[in-house]
Write a protein that binds this ligand. Structure first.
Ligand code: NOJ
Length: 544
């Protein structure tokens, strides 16, 4: 099943001396919600295959596909029962093989998800562990412990699951096992040599099939503080990504990535690994990006930044400084399948749309690589009124129905037509695993394509320019003077980006030829232009 690894790069015109991933734009496909090829209401690999030309035309370099492996779907596929099999609801191994070939033929690379912190409770290893007696070697691949209290009736410590409730579940013989996520996702014991060997073999399996890399789920997990001491804090999830936690971001985890990098480097074609690592600061994140470890990490600090010029300037500076020390490219991300969609985060409605337009122009102008989440190119908002009975995210149950979870950003993509779910499935299919809002017709791909003021056309044009302009992609930026509430920077001698984060128009110089703006600019006094509130503009600097 090996594929040729020299990809055509049909539309790449920009100077790009380094490997492809250093300035790639990577589109995240949440498989169950992207496109349904067989009409059962759940997105699948066949659906992705039929929509690959859409991604090529959008102008991205690669897609990252969330887990499609055999899974009981207790956490949308992040509970893997067999890492070398495709879930029958999502397709077959033949489908993923064909998908990779077809993507490559279109000049698109393919990154797949790998979930090493935990398996499904239906994984053969966990079944074997449950069938074994306490203390049996079969349990050592996971984190089984005795409980506390007179009869061991209390969990071994006070650690909380990221999804709410204790991070421990008791099995009928009285032992407890650790699960930092749902009980259906038991944590692996990464001190066990078989665990380490197994994941190297799984990586090789997918590399041999031809994938271009991996997105590593909970890349900051795997090793836990060995004494399993209490934390003494009753909302541990609120500390995630801002403070040290004893089960995340431990130094031992870097040994794994050195092994993985060595394996990746034996394959031709610049295979890449990107870390999902929620760590307290950019400096800790940079450790994952040392030259013998991973290639990229998601920049969640950027995603979480409040809409203000000083905040964005600080996060851009911090991010660039942190990766510069290790020689890795910065990455930029605004949304993914775990967070509220950014149109809504930025205020929703016309305000959220305007800010989202500005945010993508800022993001795609920054040095490094960018990740887009499916549907953001359509300006999809978070769906906040899903009925209780359709919610599937384990956060909903685990939080005792206080946290509605992440389903609101996972609603299927509207493609075309006049009735929900707007072409999500094949012609005639009306099913979708989450209901698509009846008023999303105007947000569909069909409704936006060719409409110059649409979000979709803004993304397409920004991506086209990003490929065409030598100053964009990799490299550095230089801040230039900007009015209060604005940021302005140059990329090379010829490109300028200005973003107005404020709520009133500001006068800025006309830097040359206007390439692209989130909203129309009008002429102002002294040869300047008026940049509307919450708007960004790209200029090609011309000689004065
Ligand atoms: C991060 C994934 O993005 C999320 O969707 C999942 O629930 C957790 N890791 C657990 O695997």
């Amino acid at each position: 099943m090996n594929l040729p690894l020299t990809l055509p790069e049909p539309s790449r015109t920009r100077d790009n001396p380094g490997p492809w991933w250093r300035d790639a734009v990577i589109y995240q496909v949440y498989v169950r919600s992207f496109a349904d090829g067989n009409g059962d209401g759940v997105g699948d690999l066949l659906g992705i295959r039929t929509r690959l030309p859409y991604l090529r035309d959008l102008g991205v370099d690669a897609l990252w596909i969330t887990p499609f492996y055999a899974s009981p779907m207790a956490d949308g596929g992040y509970d893997v029962a067999d890492y070398r099999a495709v879930d029958p609801t999502l397709g077959t191994l033949g489908d993923i093989d064909a998908l990779v070939r077809e993507a490559h033929a279109l000049g698109l690379r393919v990154i797949v998800d790998i979930v090493p912190n935990h398996t499904s409770d239906r994984h053969a290893w966990f079944r074997e562990a449950l069938a074994a007696a306490p203390g049996d070697a079969a349990r050592e691949r996971y984190m089984f412990r005795d409980g506390r209290g007179a009869d061991g009736e209390l969990p071994p410590n006070d650690w909380e699951s990221v999804f709410g409730g204790p991070a421990w579940t008791r099995v009928p013989d009285g032992s407890w096992y650790l699960h930092l996520f749902a009980p259906e996702q038991p944590d692996l014991n990464w001190h066990h040599p078989e665990v380490r060997a197994e994941f190297l073999d799984i990586l090789a399996f997918w590399l041999n099939l031809g994938v271009d890399g991996f997105r590593i789920d909970v890349a900051h997990g795997m090793f836990k503080e060995p004494t399993l001491a209490d934390i003494g804090h009753d909302r541990q999830i609120s500390l995630l990504g801002t403070q040290a936690l004893p089960y995340f971001d431990r130094d031992e985890v870097h040994e794994i990535y050195r092994d993985w990098r060595a394996l990746l480097d034996t394959y031709p074609g610049d295979r890449v690994a990107v870390a999902e690592a929620w760590v307290p600061d950019a400096a800790r994140l940079a450790l994952y990006l040392r030259p013998d470890e991973l290639h990229q990490a998601f920049n969640f600090h950027y995603l979480g930044t409040d809409w203000s010029a000083p905040a964005f300037r600080a996060v851009v500076d911090d991010s660039l400084a942190a990766v510069a020390d290790v020689g890795a490219p910065a990455t930029w991300v605004l949304s993914n399948h775990d967070v509220q969609r950014h149109v809504t985060r930025y205020g929703g409605g016309p305000l959220g749309q305007a800010r989202a337009r500005a945010a993508v122009l800022l993001t795609l102008a920054l040095p490094g690589s960018a990740y887009l989440y499916q549907g953001e190119e359509l300006g999809l908002p978070e769906v906040t009124d899903l009925p209780d009975e359709v919610l599937q995210d384990p956060q909903w149950e685990r939080s005792g129905h206080t946290d509605r979870g992440r389903d609101g950003c996972r609603v299927p993509i509207p493609w075309d037509g006049t009735e929900a779910p707007f072409g999500f499935g094949p012609p005639g299919s009306r099913q979708s695993w989450l209901p698509v809002p009846a008023d999303w017709q105007g947000l569909s791909v069909q409704a936006q394509r060719g409409r110059p003021d649409s979000m979709l056309e803004l993304y397409r044009e920004a991506l086209r320019l990003r490929r065409a302009l030598p100053g964009l992609g990799g490299g550095t930026l230089r801040w230039i003077d900007a009015p209060d509430g604005c940021l302005a920077f140059e990329r090379g001698a010829e490109f300028v980006c200005v973003v107005n984060f404020g709520d009133a128009p500001v006068t800025i110089p006309a830097y040359g030829r206007q390439l692209l703006a989130g909203a129309p600019l009008v002429a102002a006094e002294a040869g300047g232009v008026l940049l509307p509130a919450d708007t960004a503009v790209w200029w090609e600097r011309t000689a004065e």
